[in-house]
Design a protein around this ligand. Structure first.
Ligand SMILES: [Zn+2]
Length: 609
């Protein structure tokens, strides 16, 4: 639960923050014309392609596509989530972030707050036991055997849950409300049908799991005796969602502000061992495969993720699963690689034997996602025969379907072409047929508007950083971002449903500007940050950066009118195609028949004489 921050507060905050001042405090800006420029802090470059606009109150990098308003900058630069970035800016402006405006949420927040408090008390308790409990020796001995220094144990907050069923309970339950809250926090377990409880973690080394703000949200425990399971995690709770959290991420950020790569390893001890040898950028998932959510979270921080797997069959299998989840996240500019440890080694033994440098070398040799992708497929197919090649292209295209449009997709198609001796356009046609079959199966009626290239539905953003030509939709968005008051030219419902790439985004923007016509570009970007629409946010930032050569309202208004006409025509063509297609398959309703006649009529009038 994120807890919504009221939009008017965000607008107010952006009003009071000067983005030039904010960014200039962190990197040095140089005035160039109306804007400021700098060497981009988000990618490596020699000549400045990072620009900050004081008028529009936003920043954009023409090199890597990073862009946004003041809140976005703080998020990216400080690696903070939305709420934390708002809190930081608010502190600077002397504002207090209002609590949740929805009536149901203050209670939830209060509950979460007390869960965090209980989890933190538990963390302190476990840490204290590692220092003081009479039976702590086995835990200390284990940590020593793994070569862990006291400093590391402290940095990661490692603790000890003593043997026995009620230690934590005795230490932390002081009032009637403590017990149910400790149950909700996953620390106590209620015995069936009674009010009695027992400690979840017993006779284990305890690893606190922290969120990106450093709050303890759960624990992992490793056995000292022969009990099962060897590793035990807290259950899902209101503050802990396994598929979203990564062990060690907070600690990695603490160790360095400038991480460009994250390594995903298997367990807590791998993370800690690597950190001990100076490799601070390793994280571990918590008993789950790496999910799409994990990757999205990581790619907010870094541009490269390296998976580190055991070299055995189980490791290969885990890698396969990771690959599947990674493919949809591969936008241009992101890199994923796969590293396999030599048989019998784990990250700990490897870094011990080969040191930081040796480990780094192994990472640098890790396979790129495309290499791993094709290697796996080639293992499963025989490309010396024709049907083997056909099978390979079929399999590869199917697995590439979730891959976003962009340079990487193009390169992988080229690689597949060379493997199968087919041409890229043959593969693209094949892939389009596969998709349209799938589409027809799902919706029955989707047809591409005439004049549209075969854009892939469901992927609004064909990473347009590479794509120079702007569609009418994008031109309309860019014009509105440049001069929001032009929204008055668009009548309600005029555009209807726009079933074309970025159509939804245009409709959302129009709706937003209709309700708040005085927003600045930075303010508009702020709205997309508040809602959970990362793609929309990036598109808005990208289109905001387009410089229009003219600033004259009348001239821009004319331009927008022209673009709107184009859009409406495009939409009519789309409707016409849909109706024609439908009429070939089934009887049209009276309304549909009337619409078809009307559209055909218009279409005839528009035909070139
Ligand atoms: Zn950049």
């Amino acid at each position: 639960m994120t807890g919504l921050i009221p939009q008017n507060f965000i607008d107010d905050l952006l009003d009071r923050t000067d983005i030039v001042e904010l960014i200039d405090g962190r990197i040095s800006l140089r005035k160039t014309g109306r804007n400021y420029s700098a060497i981009c802090p988000f990618h490596k470059e020699k000549t400045p392609s990072f620009s900050v606009s004081p008028d529009k109150q936003f920043y954009y990098c023409f090199g890597c596509g990073a862009g946004g308003n003041a809140i976005g900058f703080v998020m990216e630069f400080e690696h903070l989530d939305f709420r934390s970035a708002v809190e930081e800016l608010a502190r600077k402006s002397g504002l207090e972030v209002p609590q949740d405006s929805q009536p149901a949420n203050p209670m939830l927040q209060q509950k979460q707050k007390s869960l965090y408090e209980h989890l933190d008390r538990a963390r302190q308790y476990y840490q204290q036991q590692l220092r003081e409990h009479p039976q702590r020796q086995s835990a200390v001995a284990y940590l020593k055997k793994r070569g862990l220094t006291g400093e590391m144990a402290k940095a990661f907050g490692i603790g000890f849950a003593p043997p026995g069923w009620n230690n934590l309970q005795k230490a932390l339950v002081n009032s009637d409300t403590d017990q149910p809250q400790l149950i909700d926090a996953g620390l106590l377990i209620a015995k069936d049908g009674s009010e009695e409880t027992y400690d979840r973690f017993r006779d284990r080394i305890i690893f606190p799991i922290r969120d990106s703000r450093g709050r303890t949200i759960a624990f992992g425990g490793r056995v000292l005796g022969n009990e099962k399971p060897k590793y035990l995690n807290s259950p899902e709770t209101p503050v802990f969602h396994k598929s979203k959290e990564l062990y060690g991420l907070y600690e990695a950020r603490q160790a360095s502000n400038r991480i460009t790569r994250i390594i995903i390893v298997e367990g807590y001890m791998d993370v800690i061992s690597l950190s001990q040898f100076g490799i601070h950028n390793a994280v571990a998932t918590l008993g789950t495969a790496t999910s799409k959510e994990h990757l999205i979270k990581l790619f907010r921080m870094v541009s490269e993720v390296v998976f580190c797997f055991d070299g055995d069959a189980a490791g290969r299998q885990a890698a396969e699963r990771a690959l599947e989840n990674a493919v949809p996240c591969m936008e241009d500019g992101r890199q994923i690689r796969f590293m396999f440890l030599p048989e019998g080694e784990d990250p700990d033994s490897l870094v011990r034997n080969e040191g930081k440098q040796g480990f780094d070398e192994k990472i640098n040799e890790a396979k790129s996602l495309p290499d791993f992708f094709f290697d796996r497929l080639l293992e499963q197919t025989d490309t010396t025969s024709l049907d083997g090649k056909a099978r390979l292209s079929k399999l590869a295209l199917k697995k590439m379907q979730p891959l976003p449009n962009g340079l990487l997709r193009q390169l992988m198609l080229e690689q597949l072409a060379s493997l199968t001796s087919l041409s890229v356009s043959q593969l693209q046609n094949f892939s389009a047929t596969q998709e349209s079959h799938k589409r027809e199966g799902n919706t029955g009626s989707y047809t591409q508007g005439a004049g549209q290239p075969s854009a892939r539905p469901g992927h609004r953003k064909p990473s347009i950083r590479q794509q120079r030509v702007q569609s009418p939709v994008e031109q309309a968005i860019a014009l509105l971002l440049h001069m929001p008051q032009l929204v008055k030219l668009i009548k309600d419902k005029q555009l209807g449903e726009l079933d074309i790439p970025n159509g939804r985004l245009l409709l959302d923007l129009v709706q937003l500007l209709k309700s708040s016509p005085t927003l600045t570009t930075g303010g508009i970007i702020g709205h997309w940050q508040g809602v959970d629409d990362r793609e929309g946010y990036q598109e808005i930032a990208r289109l905001s950066a387009i410089e229009l050569p003219i600033n004259n309202e009348q001239h821009l208004a004319e331009k927008l009118k022209g673009v709107l006409e184009l859009l409406i025509k495009q939409k009519q063509e789309q409707n016409l195609n849909q109706l024609l297609e439908k009429s070939a398959l089934s009887e049209l309703s009276t309304d549909e028949k009337r619409e078809l006649a009307q559209l055909l009529n218009q279409n005839l009038k528009q035909m070139p004489k």
